[in-house]
Ligand binder design. Structure first.
Ligand code: UT7
Length: 329
């Protein structure tokens, strides 16, 4: 086995902004409520006709170029998403065609908000086992395609975006993906889901009339689970690796709610300057939040080669993930 590392990173959001003021015109909400309860000021959403593969393509090409590679160098494409362009073919196939990655195979990975941490882990294992040299790991979602803009409980939360990394062999011992800790808990399935459109409740006039092709969330249930579990998996991962809060340089959590992130950071004993928060500008972009946050950290020079970074996520399923990374770029 060899160690795998993130060799490059790029993120992309569509240009169109949806602000809290815009949402005040659509549903009974307020900028104050949204900001106080979630930390979100604005999010980006696509124009009609723009799909997940389009956002993924932009991020993917950026990551490949920054790695000093061409699309032909990519062996595997993994796309984490809950908003594939279609049920099939996979979004990985569509991205492969759009970027011209002529040698690649690949697949979509369904783990909702944990899709990036899971896809990164899978990609790293393929590199570590010598099954692949360069894996393109993408987290991308067009959440606006499955959001009910008459439901104030969900429409204020989500945004669209994509992030991509190229995972390859580490060029220095000690740099790269060090360890991970993931779990799923299917008992939470109904707390956050899109009820219809699958094999259980295929699309019909009735499912459309009942608005079942949109995200449904029991906010409080998910909130409590996320607060507890983010702390649990992170603590287990840090303990196993003999890492303390003082050793960590950065905590990059899934951006679902500012309060969830800060309560996890507090439990881990991390000061605010070690926490990346960008939910204010992007909302919850599901599979894209962690690469978008990593890209911000790099842009703000808060993440540099050799830094110890803890990634964490909780999402629909429930899915829970944490990855410990010694940053290699
Ligand atoms: O990324 C996937 C994982 N997802 C998450 O981690 C999300 C976890 N959940 C949350 O972040 C929070 O539960 C929400 C942000 C979704 C909701 O915040 P909350 O503090 O849990 O609010 P709540 O659902 O308990 O609702 C409190 C009140 C209710 O009114 P009443 O019953 O007290 O009169 C809601 O009807 O706020 C009301 N409300 C709103 N008011 C204004 C709900 N949504 C809105 C809104 N604007 N958009």
């Amino acid at each position: 086995m060899r160690r795998a590392a993130i060799k490059s990173l790029a993120a992309y959001v569509p240009p169109r902004l949806l602000t809290n003021a815009d949402l005040e015109k659509l549903v009974d909400t307020s900028d104050e409520w949204i900001l106080q309860r979630t930390g979100i000021r604005e999010r980006h959403i696509v124009e009609p006709g723009v799909a997940t593969s389009d956002l993924a393509k932009e991020a993917a090409l950026g990551a490949i170029e920054r790695a000093g590679l061409t699309p032909d160098d990519i062996d595997v494409i993994i796309v984490g998403t809950v908003t594939p362009d279609m049920f099939f073919p996979s979004t990985a196939c569509l991205v492969q065609e759009k970027i011209g990655a002529s040698r690649a195979w690949g697949f979509d990975l369904s783990a909702a908000c944990s899709a990036f941490t899971y896809a990164l882990t899978v990609g790293a294992q393929l590199v570590a086992s010598h099954a692949a040299t360069h894996v393109l790991v993408i987290g991308a979602d067009v959440m606006s395609s499955i959001i009910d803009y008459t439901d104030r409980a969900t429409c204020v939360i989500f945004g669209d975006g994509a992030g991509a990394v190229v995972v390859g062999p580490s060029d220095e011992t000690g740099l790269g993906l060090l360890d991970f800790e993931h779990e799923i808990d299917g008992s939470g399935g109904s707390a956050l889901c899109m009820p219809a459109g699958g094999s259980q409740r295929p699309a019909s006039h009735a499912t459309v009339d009942e608005r079942l092709h949109y995200v449904k969330q029991e906010g409080q249930t998910v909130f409590k689970f996320a607060v507890r579990k983010t702390g649990d998996v992170c603590e287990r991962l840090l303990r196993r690796n003999g890492v303390t809060a003082a050793d960590l340089d950065l905590f990059v959590s899934h951006q679902a709610n500012r309060r969830i992130i800060m309560s996890a950071a507090e439990r881990l004993g991390l000061p605010e300057e070690k926490v990346i928060i960008n939910i204010d500008r992007f909302g919850n972009t599901t599979a894209a939040t962690i690469p978008l946050a990593l890209a911000d950290a790099v842009d703000q020079q808060r993440l540099k080669r050799g830094d110890l970074v803890l990634l964490a996520s909780v999402g629909a399923g429930f899915t829970v993930g944490a990855v410990l990374v010694r940053w290699a770029i």
